[in-house]
Design a protein around this ligand. Sequence first.
Ligand code: GMT
Length: 384
Amino acid sequence: MRIGITCYPTHGGSGVVATELGKHLAHWGHEVAFISYSTPLRLGDIPERVSFHEVEAVEYPLLKNYPYTLALASKMIAVARMKGLQLLHVHYAIPFAPAALMAKYAAPELDLKVVTTLHGTDITLVGNDPTFRPMTKWAIEQSDAVTAVSCSLRDQAREEFEIERQMDVVYNFIDPERHERPCPGCIAPRSSPDEVTLMHISNFRPVKRVEDVVRVLAHVRKRMPARLILVGDGPTACTALQVALSLGVADSVQFTGVVEEVEPVLQQADLLLLPSETESFGLVALEAMASGIPVIASDVGGIPEVVTHGEVGFLAPVGDVEKMGEHAVHLLSDRELYHRFSRAARQRAGSLFGYNKIVREYERIYAQVLELPMKETLPHLEGG
Ligand code: GMT
């Protein structure tokens, strides 16, 4: 198949998932063209059967707000012609799904199909803002296929936008091998051998509730030596520091800033904390699990579909930092329980969320919209 993929080319989960999906599809024999305003960060050296096409900004004094959606739609048409694309798979509804539909309707001779993957805030925060709502609803209804990264997100999209059409749930995925590579020298020294390491990785937007992460650290420190590694950057990083100072735990907090790859830093963690206000999936929780790191998270959105309470981590109501702290202490003070959770986390991540299973689900959806028999779409399975 010849597939165009559009995503935010950043460190965010939707960009990571879209980029890894494209790389795996190309590895399996499909042609993949990424269309975006810059090269997706996770693309690295451009692999065989993958191309990248940049949407260029046009500067003109009259264009006070550069119409990126139009430029993207035009680029989608140009790339579809050049590469003979059969479908456009867009990750994050706004503004990519309307752009792909514009491309489809403006160039009917190309017979392009549009697959839209909903990632979370495109439904829960951005896409349902009155500024975008009618376009989000239209794009969901008009796409040839729509997927959501969790049952919770699919149901929210249904309810929020009064959508009746079929929407498939295709979970996010990891490559278990990436989490098995030893990383000598990655382990930053602890100040004492019995000090535990809590970790939080995010874009530090208010929805992540980073101040709760610091409060959990303060709770744990009352019972055992502990440090907190904050990975990433964003608007609430300063808030986290202020809370740490006011609670007297700032000496135990380290800020790494944005990192290229999460797998090596995860090797430094004993527990991952994800106390978000809302989370459609929580890719970072899955990445931690794949590294054998149990997760303490809030019981919201799609998180319980990933992190099973009492098996691979513990969940607590949003904002209940006492409960999260108690769970952390409980897990970290019982060696046997901790190792059981760690093994179960790695096992669950690999068996339910491995790329082999999930990328194949996307292939099945592509085959369906293109009306291809599935056999033709699986060159990687032939002879093997
Ligand atoms: O807005 C964000 O938080 C970023 C967004 C993204 O583009 O990565 O995150 C959403 O998509 C991820 C990938 O599917 C999910 O793992 C995150 O849970 C989701 N974020 C929220 O729902 C807040």
